[in-house]
Design a protein around this ligand. Sequence first.
Ligand SMILES: Nc1ncnc2c1ncn2[C@@H]1O[C@H](COP(=O)(O)OP(=O)(O)OP(=O)(O)O)[C@@H](O)[C@H]1O
Length: 140
Amino acid sequence: MAVTRTFSIIKPDATRRNLTGAVTKMLEEAGLRVVASKRIHMTREQAEGFYAVHKERPFFGELVDFMISEPVVVQVLEGEDAVQKNRDVMGATNPADAAEGTIRKTHALSIGENSVHGSDSDENAAIEIRHFFNDDEIVG
Ligand SMILES: Nc1ncnc2c1ncn2[C@@H]1O[C@H](COP(=O)(O)OP(=O)(O)OP(=O)(O)O)[C@@H](O)[C@H]1O
């Protein structure tokens, strides 16, 4: 299995509750290494651009409002099969459906306020990483 990278966001419901460290610990314990990390307050334009694929979904406005409500922590994670490893430790989108021991089961509040984002493919990971990080900010 190859060492790859994925992109993660610790969402406002988690940063607001001082869970940046707790969430990062779960990512690290799952075998992912944090090779870049920064706390940012997304602009509306950034959030709308990032979630453009969901533009037609009924929850789009709510999702954008939530993502800009408080700062987030954006991270690049590295590890064997990083995209899948991250999605496994995140758990299902809806915390009610998430497996025991996952980040969303442990910390998420609802399907919207679900504590973390993780890329869903290697291709999207590369696009999302470029959206938020310059090459010199990533130290592997
Ligand atoms: N029914 C819903 N109501 C409110 N918010 C939702 C709903 N469905 C999804 N969302 C929000 O939109 C995000 C993107 O939805 P998607 O279906 O791509 O989930 P995901 O792939 O598990 O999450 P992400 O892309 O954030 O990792 C979810 O993480 C959640 O915050």
